[in-house]
Design a protein around this ligand. Sequence first.
Ligand code: SAH
Length: 207
Amino acid sequence: MANPYIDPNEPGFNPAYRGTPPWDIGRPQPDFVSLEEAGEIQGSVLDVGCGTGENVLYLAQRGHDTWGIDLAPLAIDAATRKAAERQIQPTFLLADVFELDALGRTFDTIIDSGLLHVFTPDLRPRFVAALNQAIVPGGTYFMLGYADDDPGPGPPGISPDGLRSAFADGWRINYIRPTRFDINETPVHKERAWLASISRAMAPPPA
Ligand code: SAH
């Protein structure tokens, strides 16, 4: 069956946002709320692949200078509309995660709610290189993504070993914990997910 969320003629998961995709739950993912309440989310925040922006809106409301980027115009339109309705002022931009240098700034924290887990392993080095350009030394990347050994339908997913090898150079894995990715009611889906905290080294690795 064709993937209803993707069309090669449209950017990102644009077709998904003509309806309400399973991941678009209308509230922040519980793991990001817990991280924020525990004080783990520091300073300015970039949400890569922010969708309709619930995690961004939540963190902006909590006082973080928060930006959300996504490749899907319909997602960014919806996020921008919600920000206006709720009178919250984050920054939403149509942008490609593989071109984060175009943002022209860095962030203390990067969050990822279901983006890395959609990429096949061959794309991970470019993804990590892009994060490197957008995060301050010592900054932390938080990833929430499905497990790749879960047989349910959904994105390719990621494993702890996959994370360790993708972030082997110049990063420190703080933890990788089993968790759930909250979704709207769907008949079948993957169940198991990982929450990872990964910090960029303070100084560049020696040449
Ligand atoms: N974080 C959101 C959306 C998760 S779905 C949430 O939790 O609800 C993954 C998102 O990544 C989709 O909105 C898709 O359009 C976006 N995306 C896919 N490839 C991208 C890329 N190269 N750059 C930026 N966003 C991308």
